[in-house]
Design a binder for this molecule. Structure first.
Ligand SMILES: [Zn+2]
Length: 92
């Protein structure tokens, strides 16, 4: 885990404690277990399947680690909503 600098200059940490105020969890509908729909929420199971995303608190860019935190992220910029704007690796 580590941190990276947003294009706006803000430093974003992927290891800023639990809960991490910059971290968002994306859960694919297809990965939600059937047991979640009968009133039993198995948070650890859902948490493990979630895709990590980090939202810049300054400019609202979203960095999504579609392939896990050891892979590169894809950046989404609300100022350019037509698609991702590239990827990079997390640095220490
Ligand atoms: Zn930013």
């Amino acid at each position: 885990m580590g941190k990276f600098r947003c294009d706006c200059g803000e430093m974003i940490s992927t290891s800023n404690g639990i809960p991490n105020p910059a971290e968002w969890l994306l859960v694919a509908d297809a990965t939600v277990p059937d047991s979640a729909w009968d009133g039993t929420v198995l948070w650890p199971e859902i948490y493990e399947k979630a895709t990590r995303a980090y939202k810049c608190p300054s400019c609202a860019r979203l960095f999504v680690y579609w392939d896990g935190l050891d892979a590169t992220w894809t950046q989404y910029d609300p100022a350019h909503p037509q698609g991702g704007l590239g990827s990079a690796t997390t640095t220490e």
